[in-house]
Write a protein that binds this ligand. Structure first.
Ligand SMILES: N[C@@H](CCC(=O)N[C@@H](CS)C(=O)NCC(=O)O)C(=O)O
Length: 244
C-alpha cells in the first residue's frame, strides 16, 4: 500500500515532507487537507491525526504526526534515501536532532507568531494580533542571528557545516519561506542582516530543485493575492484621503 501524506501546501512543515519525499523518489499519495476550509477538523481527518494538524502520514496501519518525526521515519523506512539526509552516524544524527528541537522552540515559534498574527490569520477566519506579531518578530530575528552565527558554521554550505543537506535544512528553510507572504519591504528588512542565511536558503533550494519550486507554487499564489489586496487597500486610502 502506498504511503499517504496528508498536507496543505500553505503549511510549511507539510511542504518539507512533500519536498523530501519527491527529492528521494518516494512513491506516495498526497491528500490535501484544506486548512482554510477547516478540513483538519473533519471526523475523517481526526482519525488520522487526533491533534487536527497537518502534516500527518499513514503507512499501512501505521499513523504518524509531527513533521520532524515524519521526516525521520521516512528517511529510515524507505530504502534509497541517501545517508546525508539523516546520517546513520550517531554523532551526526544527534546534532541534527539538536537543530530540529531548537527549531520548534525558537525559529518556528518566532516565524509563526510573526507571519500568522501579522498576515495570514484572516485566511482561516482569525483576527490579526499586531502585538503577538511584534513579539514573534523579535524571536524570529534572534533565531536568524543564531542560525547565522552558530548553526551555519564555516565548513560546508548547509547546517552544522555539512557539505550536503539534511532533513533539518529542508525543515528550517521551508519555515523561513513562509516569510514570502508578508509585505516585501518587511521581509527584506528582516532578512537583510543575515547574508549567510540568505545564501543557505538559496543553496537548499538549488539542492532540492525542481521540487522545491513546484511545492512552493501554492505559497507564491497566495503571496500574489495578498500583494494585490495590499495595493488595493493603499490605493483606497490615498483616494479617500484626497477627497477630504
Ligand atoms: N509541530 C507540528 C506543527 C504542525 C502545525 O502547526 N500545523 C499547522 C499548519 S502549519 C496546522 O495544521 N494548523 C491548524 C491548526 O492548528 O488548527 C509539526 O511540525 O508537524
Amino acid at each position: 500500500m502506498k504511503l499517504k501524506v496528508y498536507v496543505d501546501r500553505m503549511s510549511q512543515p507539510s511542504r518539507a515532507i512533500l519536498i523530501f519525499c519527491k527529492v528521494n523518489g518516494i512513491d506516495f499519495e498526497e491528500i490535501n487537507i484544506d486548512l482554510t476550509k477547516l478540513q483538519h477538523h473533519s471526523l475523517e481527518f481526526k482519525n488520522v491525526n487526533p491533534m487536527k494538524q497537518v502534516p500527518a502520514i499513514v503507512d499501512g496501519r501505521f499513523k504518524l504526526f509531527e513533521s520532524h518525526a515524519i521526516l525521520k521515519y521516512i528517511a529510515c523506512a524507505f530504502p534509497g534515501v541517501a545517508d546525508h539526509w539523516y546520517p546513520s552516524d550517531l554523532f551526526k544524527r544527534a546534532k541534527i536532532e539538536s537543530v530540529l528541537d531548537w527549531h520548534h522552540t525558537n525559529l518556528r515559534r518566532g516565524a509563526v507568531g510573526y507571519v500568522f498574527n501579522g498576515t495570514l490569520a484572516p485566511l482561516v477566519g482569525r483576527k490579526l494580533i499586531p502585538k503577538v506579531a511584534a513579539e514573534g518578530e523579535i524571536l524570529l530575528s534572534a533565531s536568524l542571528e543564531t542560525i547565522e552565527s552558530f548553526w551555519l558554521t564555516d565548513g560546508g554550505r548547509f547546517l552544522l557545516g555539512s557539505t550536503q543537506p539534511s532533513i533539518a535544512d529542508i525543515s528550517l528553510v521551508c519555515e523561513l519561506m513562509q516569510l514570502e507572504v508578508v509585505d516585501d519591504e518587511d521581509r527584506i528588512r528582516i532578512l537583510k542582516p543575515f547574508t549567510k542565511v540568505k545564501k543557505w536558503m538559496e543553496d537548499t533550494k538549488i539542492a532540492t530543485r525542481p521540487h522545491f519550486d513546484e511545492i512552493h507554487e501554492a505559497l507564491f499564489k497566495v503571496k500574489g493575492i495578498l500583494q494585490k489586496r495590499r495595493i488595493s487597500a493603499a490605493t483606497l486610502k490615498i483616494n479617500s484621503g484626497s477627497k477630504l
